[in-house]
Design a protein. Structure first.
Lengths: 610, 350
């Protein structure tokens, strides 16, 4: 038997399933059991744009050092899908393991000499034990989780507890599930050497941490942030943001008499979805929409209106692989430029880049404050990896003293105090570019005006004259400048810059970038690091670039969009900013970042020699 | 038209129950062409709001883009308005409405804004029975871009340039009925006597009140051969019943011959009395109303008046069971679950 070196709490397990066979909950059970044993774990779904029948994968990285980005190479593959068997087997690292359904014999073409085969007659066992056809299918998944518990040394009672929690209220289902787990575990114990040289050992690293999907965190952030209205159009991967908002609202926003302190409208398309969110904000509520690339394209016209008419609105953009329909269930960070300059005319928008579910929660809640304070759209730029996968992160926090910041809104009393002074909706009284707005029905006789996408003067009166138009556009620029002091500052990994080279990353490239920095350090390549959290860029972003000879920018798109944004906005020298890119639709790995940076540095050395 | 409107008003202008004279409901000077049908509709809106005793600040004026969508600036200057983007007024109105159920939403649109670019949003606002009055100022052409045919131009209608439209027209009233609109009416901008009570009723209706008003474009579509010209509409308008709106608790004094009047109680108690019931359909029966519209069309007539009403309809707020307090008035203590609850949520995620 070929074997891997003994590796505790450091390996990748991948499940090859068929879409629609109930594998998701079994796979989550596996992940959660490791998390409960106090070890960091990072699951990722690779699923097709399909409901039933096509191959789907679930990859789990177990890593006690806390590296949560994706890693190439599979140490143990669980395959229950004949369709993808060939390529699944190829993915296993030499010395690794293949767990397969041995009810039927594996054809010789599937036999590799350099990996280990662990056959379990899943179908045969389930057909014998269960009579209901649906159960036979579902319990196959639970049986292999049971088998893994023996192979990887996962504590059985942790699994038992998870099953009991999952089926609280449906106690009848607990016993057959535990039986299925035991069937798998017993089969391994009777037929194979266990545990394997890759295995889990209990630690207490995750005690206070949580495991959550980014989309659920955005939905919850909208509830905490005071959103009362959401309008959305179904699109992968953002659908679960609106759904999570709805579920949390049912929990926290229903009165004793059953009345809803919220409203959700499933719109006819994305145009209508953002139009509704804008209408609600205009009328003084906090409202949002959630979408993905194709929806963002459609929303451009309305984003221009909200920018120009200065109506707050929050948009959660869960990015996926474009252009066009692209790969709808794969990840990319490729909406950056579209979002930053959405709509015709001179427009610029506030963007936030979360990298964990905790930040999804915080930044969504913050987005409502920012958008009302700055009276402009704010987009939370998350992605499919962050949104639809469980991520281990710090627990969510909410300051009990926190008060919603509604920005410059005039009350009836404020309007009365104006006396003879004429109210100017677009009059820059404070010099920061942010003017005072009024909400409909605030005052019987004062403060009314027509909100419009056409040019208007400081008093909201329609005009096609050049000077007031220019004054307004320049004020909007001033406001965008002001926004720099409102949006979250970048994260710096060192108190001061120490290296010649720097690295910049954002969103879900963060985990792999952090790991790459550590790997490169071991190789003698030192990098100062900065994580971008928002647009517009603050002075510190510019200073970081200026302070280094070369700066690598890690992104998950083809054209290095964040880099382009920096070139345009900061006028940084283009030779200095070196893109490190991944855009195959799978989450970026530390290995790729390391390889690319090494390659670029070697090239440079070679060039220097010549 | 760019002349200054005289500020002088007759000192004894009658006041409504709120103590406002009708000029209080006016807006700024119209910049539409002299004689534009839309200006007559704006005047009818002013009159209707005055007679309905509406607090102007409790009205939200919503519009899209086009000549018609400019009009919210020309009435109710004490109301907030939102002149949004082309064809997208229904969505903005939906969002606005959902977070403040206490306002009256008055949407103004045109045939381009509704029947072409905005068709998608229009039909879905109807489906949801959004509580708003939706007025289409329908002139069969694109005025602001100088007279191109619109989707409501009739087959065979000739425009000013002499070209004849051969595409089938979209009949907005029939469409609204088909989609389940709970209030459908048609009128003519030149018939203020009929238009004012229709607007009043539309604003009082709970649910989607659709009012299709033929409003001739004097500049581009008022020529012989056009089926949306003043002359043509006057000749072919088939005005149906007239009606009175009797406010709740007001004594009914006028007496009509038995059998010629039908009374409909609206949701706020207002009595809508339809007279001259020799009309051949029942305005409380959708199928009958659809037949009536179809029959008139076959005869080449434009049926005007109240076509259909479902006075007991459930609006979007009823369907979504939203709180009695307008959502935009809910405060942080109601909206934010707080720190303790978040601790429980964290616990459930371990």
């Amino acid at each position: 038997m070929v074997g891997l070196e003994t590796r505790v709490n450091d390996f990748v397990v991948k499940f090859a399933n068929v879409n629609g066979t109930g594998s998701a909950s079994a796979n989550l059970l596996f992940t959660k059991s490791i998390f409960r044993m106090g070890v960091y774990v990072s699951p990722k779904n690779f699923f097709p744009s399909n409901i039933q029948g096509l191959p789907t994968w679930y990859e789990v990285r177990v890593n006690e050092k806390g590296y949560l980005g994706r890693r190439d190479g599979v140490d143990l593959m669980v395959t229950v899908n004949a369709q993808s068997l060939k390529s699944d087997i190829e993915e296993v690292k030499p010395g690794g393991y293949l767990v397969y359904d041995s009810t039927k014999m594996l054809h010789s073409e599937y036999i590799r000499e350099d990996i280990n085969y662990i056959g379990i007659p899943l179908m045969e066992m389930c057909n014998k034990e269960f009579t209901d056809p649906r159960q036979r299918l579902l319990f196959k998944n639970i049986v292999y989780v049971g088998a893994l518990s023996a192979l990887l040394d996962i504590e059985f009672n942790v699994l038992e507890n998870l099953i009991s929690e999952q089926f609280a209220g449906k106690e009848k289902l607990i016993a057959p599930n535990i039986k299925a787990l035991k069937m798998g575990s017993d089969y391994i114990k009777a037929n194979y050497k266990y545990p394997l040289d890759i295995r889990v050992e209990r630690r207490n690293l995750t005690n206070n941490l949580i495991m959550m999907e980014g989309n659920a965190a955005c939905g919850l952030g909208a509830v905490y942030g005071g959103a009362t209205f959401a309008a959305w159009y179904p699109i992968t991967p953002s659908t679960s943001v609106a759904e999570a908002f709805g579920e949390y609202c049912e929990e926290f926003r229903v009165d004793k008499d059953g009345k809803h302190n919220y409203a959700i409208v499933q719109a006819e398309d994305e145009l209508a979805a953002i139009g509704m969110a804008i209408g609600a904000n205009w009328n003084g509520a906090r409202a949002f929409t959630a979408t993905s690339g194709p929806g963002l394209s459609l929303m451009n016209e309305f984003l221009g209106l909200a920018y120009y008419a200065e109506v707050p609105v929050v948009l959660i953009d869960v990015q996926r692989t474009g252009p066009s329909t692209g790969m709808p269930t794969r990840i990319q960070q490729s909406d950056v430029l579209l979002a930053a300059y959405a709509s015709h005319g001179d427009t610029k928008h506030i963007l936030l880049f979360p990298s964990t579910p905790k930040e999804c929660f915080e930044m969504t809640a913050d987005a409502f404050d920012l958008s009302e304070e700055l009276q402009t759209p704010v987009m939370v730029m998350t992605d499919l990896d962050l949104g639809m996968n469980d991520h281990v992160c710090e627990p969510l926090e909410w300051d009990a003293k926190r008060k919603y910041k509604r920005g410059k809104v005039l009350s009836a009393e404020d309007l009365d105090k104006l006396n003879s002074e004429r109210y100017g909706r677009y009059l820059d009284v404070d010099g920061d570019g942010i003017t005072y707005r009024t909400i409909p029905a605030t005052h019987p006789t004062k403060g009314a005006f027509v909100t419009r996408g056409t040019s208007r003067d400081e008093y909201a009166t329609y005009t096609e004259e050049g000077p007031p138009y220019e004054r307004n556009m320049e004020r909007l620029s001033r406001k965008f400048e002001t926004a720099k002091s409102y949006v979250p500052a970048p994260q710096f990994y060192h108190a001061e810059n120490q290296c010649d080279y720097g690295i910049i990353f954002y969103g879900t490239s963060t985990q792999s970038a952090e790991e790459a920095i550590d790997i490169l350090k071991q190789k003698g390549i030192y990098l100062d690091a900065m994580r971008i959290k928002s647009f517009p860029f603050q002075k510190s972003v510019e200073e970081f670039i200026e302070a280094h000879d070369k700066v690598f920018i890690v992104e998950q798109n083809r054209d290095a969009q964040m880099r382009s944004l920096m070139l345009v906005e900061l006028g940084s020298p283009s030779k200095k900013l070196i893109p490190v890119l991944n855009f195959d639709g799978l989450p970026i790995t530390a290995d790729l970042i390391v390889k690319e940076i090494e390659k670029k540095l070697t090239k440079k050395r070679k060039a220097n020699k010549i | 038209m760019s002349y200054a409107r005289p500020k002088f008003r007759h000192p004894q202008l009658p006041k409504n129950e709120l103590g406002y004279t009708s000029d209080y409901y006016e807006g700024s000077i119209s910049t539409l062409c002299a004689g534009c049908g839309h200006d007559s509709i704006s005047a009818a809106i002013v009159q209707a709001c005055y007679e309905n005793n509406v607090e102007p600040h409790m009205v939200a004026k919503m519009s899209g883009i086009g000549c018609s969508s400019k009009t919210p600036a020309y009435f109710l200057s004490h109301s907030h308005g939102f002149n949004s983007v082309h064809g997208r007024m229904p969505s903005v109105a939906t969002g606005a409405n959902m977070v403040n159920k206490d306002l009256v939403y008055l949407g103004v649109s045109g045939d381009g804004d509704t029947a072409s670019i905005g068709m998608g949003q229009f039909v879905h606002a109807i489906r949801r029975n959004l509580n708003m009055a939706y007025i289409v100022m329908n002139n069969g052409c694109y005025g602001l871009t100088k007279g191109q045919d619109s989707a409501t131009a009739d087959d065979g209608s000739k425009n000013k340039a002499g070209s004849v439209n051969h595409f089938q027209p979209i009949d907005l009233a029939s469409l609204a009925l088909e989609l389940g609109a709970t209030f459908v009416a048609q009128s003519f901008s030149g018939d203020k006597t009929q238009l004012v009570p229709l607007i009043k009723a539309a604003m009082k209706h709970k649910g989607f009140a659709f009012l299709n008003v033929i409003s001739p474009c004097v500049t581009f579509n008022n020529n012989p051969g056009s089926t949306k010209s003043y002359d043509f509409v006057r000749e072919h308008q088939e005005a149906t019943s007239t009606f009175d709106l009797v406010p709740y608790k007001t004594e009914i004094t006028t007496k009509y011959e038995e059998g010629t009047t039908k009374s409909v109680v609206m949701h706020d108690g207002t009595l809508l009395q339809l007279h001259k019931l020799e009309q051949e359909w029942d305005p409380q029966n959708r199928l009958s109303a659809m037949n009536a519209l179809g029959n008139a069309k076959q005869k080449g007539e434009i049926l005007t008046g109240l076509i259909y009403i479902d006075e007991k309809s459930k609006d979007l707020h009823d369907l979504l069971n939203t709180s009695d307090t307008a959502l935009n008035k809910l405060t942080q203590d109601v909206l934010c679950p707080g720190t303790e609850k978040l601790r429980d949520i964290n616990k459930s995620l371990r």
